[in-house]
Design a protein around this ligand. Structure first.
Ligand SMILES: *Cc1c(COP(=O)(O)O)cnc(C)c1O
Ligand SMILES: [Zn+2]
Length: 415
């Protein structure tokens, strides 16, 4: 497979590059402005594929979408990525006044976040290309994901995280045996350092916004929702956004389903950002006003560490792709995010990290201001497990009482 891949298209200058001609970004435009988009022969695909094509592969993983991926499943490592459950949540839907609510539970991945999608395809690409080592900079989840898949592939892995990365994510990195650099600085500084190191040592870089293969893995979440809903796509889809690669991938996935003729309607996609780290939302506002889009570097602060990004590395791609679905970006406060963590856990039984629950907070806003009308059918992508960063679940909650081991103490506590 990989036979339908036509090449790479620069979203900045529209230059085309052959398949595998460039590893990362357009050499003329540079990062962000020169993000490369993988382009497939959609016409040929629509002739060769039918709605049953994916199911026929019988693969319970994202490799069922091999036809729309750049690498053959022969290069996949054994860890499963993708094919996560989609839950309905009628209870929450009723309360929010929407017609239907689905939760795509991407917490159920080998390393417990949606990052395993982009990683799975990127590591397969590294194997195809025969790259000797992998590396990335990350707020935490892309790093633990890469470390896990590199371990399964038996390829050395070098990781750059800000020293503030949550303990659980660091524990994963160390357990998987990655070489970890805790950078005394922000994510943005760790990112720049990883770039330099990859350049110097020849490591294959998985960092968001650098490696265009990551987006190809990310888009499979949209394909799965289409299959799980038997082709009846929702009206709206929400996912949190930091660098923008995940939301761009999901929007691309829906748009590709249209390009191959599997749907004539795509969901309106919204990226959800934290108020303290809203660079893409601001870029989108400039885009709508016809002003230059590219974000400047800003300070970022939010409890949602996976979307705590001051310099989003895939902002242009995210803005353009989301706009193509007719959607946009919305910001929510840390208080709303923490409330969403609890609500999702209590009402749906899904424990997400703050970034994973943020789309529920976004839905509340969009339902309140009428952007999502009563009766609208909504899909939320829940991107990371609550075990990744338990602070979100503990924030503002009273400690459970300590009691002596007697039934009377239980009665008293229930009192
Ligand atoms: C990475 C991540 C996101 C956002 O993805 P970007 O590509 O950085 O926008 C959201 N939630 C979780 C849990 C993540 O790990
Ligand atoms: Zn270019």
């Amino acid at each position: 497979m990989g036979e339908f891949l036509l090449g790479l298209h620069c979203i900045g200058c529209n230059r085309e590059y052959g398949p595998w001609a460039v590893d990362y970004v357009c050499p003329r435009c540079g990062p962000v402005a020169g993000a490369l988009d993988l382009v497939y022969d959609y016409r040929l695909l629509s002739q060769r594929m039918g709605p049953g094509t994916f199911a026929e592969t019988r693969r319970p993983s994202l490799w069922r979408y091999e036809a729309l991926l750049p690498v053959s499943a022969d290069y996949a490592v054994r860890l499963r990525a993708g094919w996560t459950p989609l839950y309905t949540s009628p209870d929450l839907a009723r309360e929010l006044g929407v017609g239907a609510l689905w939760l795509k539970d991407d917490t159920l991945h080998p390393t417990a976040s949606c990052k395993d999608r982009g990683t799975a395809v990127t590591v397969a690409a590294a194997r195809k290309l025969g790259r000797p080592a992998l590396a990335c900079a990350s707020t935490g989840n892309a790093a633990s994901s890469l470390a896990g898949f590199a371990a399964a592939a038996g390829i050395p892995c070098y990781i750059f995280v800000p020293r503030t990365a949550p303990t659980a994510k660091l524990a994963q990195l160390v357990a998987y045996g990655a070489v970890v650099f805790k950078v005394d600085g922000t994510y943005d500084q760790a990112y720049a350092l990883a770039l330099e190191a990859c350049d110097r040592f020849g490591w294959y870089n998985r960092s968001d916004g650098q490696n265009p293969i990551v987006v190809e893995g990310n888009k499979t979440a949209a394909f799965e929702a289409w299959e799980e809903l038997k082709g009846d796509l929702p009206d709206f889809a929400l996912v949190s956004a930091g660098d923008g690669s995940v939301v761009a991938g999901i929007a691309k996935g829906f748009l590709e389903l249209k390009r191959v003729g599997f749907t004539d309607r795509v969901p309106v996609v919204y990226g959800v950002q934290a108020e303290g780290a809203a660079a893409i939302a601001q870029a989108f506002a400039r885009f709508q006003a016809g002003e230059p889009v590219l974000p400047a570097s800003e300070r970022a602060e939010t409890i949602a560490d996976s979307i705590c990004v001051g310099t989003p590395r895939d902002a242009l791609r995210a803005v353009r792709t989301v706009a193509e679905t007719g959607g946009g970006f919305i910001t929510v406060s840390d208080g709303e995010i923490v409330a969403a963590v609890r609500e999702l856990a209590r009402r749906a039984g899904v424990f997400a990290e703050p970034s994973g629950a943020a789309p529920l907070a976004g839905l509340r806003r969009l339902a309140a201001d009428g952007t999502i009308p009563t009766g609208g059918r909504v899909l939320l992508f829940i991107t990371g497990s609550g075990l990744k960063d338990p602070r979100g679940g503990l924030e503002g909650v009273a400690e459970p009482p300590v009691i002596p081991p007697t039934l009377s103490a239980v009665e008293e506590a229930l009192g």
